[in-house]
Each structure stands twice: as C-alpha cells, then as structure tokens.
Design a protein around this ligand. Structure first.
Ligand code: ZN
Length: 280
C-alpha cells in the first residue's frame, strides 16, 4: 500500500478543502486540523483507486453526541407517555422526592430504597397509612414517579374513583381495564376506604382486592385506616379486605402536620391578600 501512495490519481481527491482540513504530505490524505486524524481512507475497489470518506475523531464525537441527544429525547418522550398513561391527574407528575422535605427523613430513605427494589419480584407491597392530609398520596406519587422515570410502567389511581369507573362498564370492558392496570410493574390504589361503598361497588371492591391478593406485581395502597382498625375489622367485608392488605403489604406510617389544612390556610391567606390589594 505504501508504494501505492505516490500513485494515487490526484483527481480522486476532493478538490476543495474545508477551512479545518489540510492534506498531510506523509500519506496524501485529507486530515482534520482540530484532531489531526485522517478524514479519508485510500483503497482499491474493483481495480479502481478510491479515497473513501471516513469520520475523524471530532466527527465521531459529534455523531455520538447527537445520538445521545436523540436517545435522551426518545427517553423523555417515552417517560412522558408512561406518565400520561399512569397518572390520571397531571398535578401528580410534580410530586417528587426532591420536593419531599416535609416527610420524615427515615421514611424518605425507606421509600427511596423501596423504589430500587420494585423490579425485584420478591418485594412486597406498601401500606401507606396515617392521618388525613399527612402526605400519604404525595409519598405514593413520589414512588410512582420514580418508577415511571426509570421507564417501568406504573399506575396510580384513586380506589373509590376506580370503582365508580368500573361500575359504569360492561363485564368485558371491566376485565380489560383491570387487566391493563395489573399488567403494570407497580400499581398504586390511593385512598382506600370501604365506608363509602355502595351495593353496586362492594362486589367490584371484592373483585379488585382479590386481584391485589393474586398480583405478582407490588401494590401500594394509601389509607386513612389506622393499623389498629386494620387489625380489628368490624364487618365481613373489612375482615376480607384488611386480611388481603396485611398479607400483601408492609405498613409505612406517614405522620406529621396536616399539609392539606396548611395548603388551605395558604390559599385563604393568598385570597385575602388579593382582596386587600383590590380594595386599596
Ligand atoms: Zn477532527
């Protein structure tokens, strides 16, 4: 090959050089001024001499950076689709561990560790319980967002609302809807409360909880019931449902101040401030 370098036909080389290119007299090939690497390779194809264009290190790096950018965009679009599918209420998408200063640091560590174990089949479900407004739904949504952002499908739906939706469906649609929910890597049923069930929704709740009992995927349930209430059911329905909860979940207590009341007070103060500004 070395002997052939001198024999290369001059017209097979590009006539016009870019500003960041030069011809290296050592090999007669176009090189990059930035990285110094060749942008051509000499070869003979079917007996004809050619200068094949090849990328220099800068071009390789640029192509790799563009590929990474494309992949990142595709990943973000994929996560956005998962979030739109898994979090019916858009506001839930903003509930993230980074914003969870109000949660007990030990609980926060537990919840974060839990997220890293969701892909393992042995991880149990979580029963997030505590007083009203303490941040149970917030904590659950933080977990669901974390799972969605790791590209695993997850869903968070309100227990009562889901039963209402199911009650308006025919059997076939109901089965399809539930199959879709339980195909996710993580399922969160928010705000479980049996006290507001009707004759129509009780059988649906039993069916739903039976699916929870037989699910191979971890289930997160948030509830206002205390552990004492869960241990001492007062009705047959509570007995059945609470037994399923205790069999499939590990309890995590979310306490602290009533954040909902704090938010309400803040809204009221904002409103009063607005009214005062307008009356001045
Ligand atoms: Zn270069």
């Amino acid at each position: 090959m070395k002997g052939k370098t001198r024999l290369r036909p001059p017209d097979s080389r590009r006539a016009i050089l870019e500003r960041d290119e030069y011809i290296d007299p050592a090999d007669g090939l176009i090189h990059c001024r930035v990285c110094g690497r060749p942008k051509q390779r000499y070869g003979v194809l079917f007996g004809v001499e050619h200068y094949f264009p090849i990328p220099c290190d800068c071009q390789k790096e640029q192509a790799a950076a563009e590929k990474r950018e494309r992949e990142q965009e595709e990943l973000e679009q994929h996560v956005n689709r998962l979030k739109a599918d898994g979090l019916g209420w858009k506001e839930l998408q903003n509930y993230r561990f980074e914003e969870a200063q109000s949660l007990d640091p030990k609980v926060l560590v537990t919840l974060r560790n839990y997220c890293s174990q969701v892909s393992e089949k042995t991880v149990p479900g979580l029963l997030i319980w505590g007083p009203p407004g303490s941040g149970k739904s917030f904590a659950a949504a933080c977990i669901v967002n974390e799972i969605l952002e790791s590209c695993q499908p997850a869903i968070m739906t309100c227990f009562g609302q889901l039963l209402e939706e199911l009650s308006g469906m025919n059997l076939q649609d109901r089965q399809k809807h539930l199959a879709g929910i339980f195909s996710k890597s993580l399922i969160c049923l928010d705000d479980l409360d049996l006290r507001y069930l009707t004759k129509l929704t009780i059988p649906l709740a039993v069916d739903l909880m039976n699916r929870v009992d037989h699910s191979s995927k971890p289930i997160i349930i948030t509830t206002g019931y205390t552990l004492d209430e869960l241990r001492h059911p007062r009705t047959d329905l509570e007995e059945k449902v609470f037994r399923i909860l205790r069999r499939n979940t590990a309890p995590v207590y979310i306490g602290g101040p009533d954040h909902t009341s704090q938010i309400e007070r803040q809204h009221l103060m904002n409103l009063q401030g607005t009214l005062q500004t307008h009356s001045m």
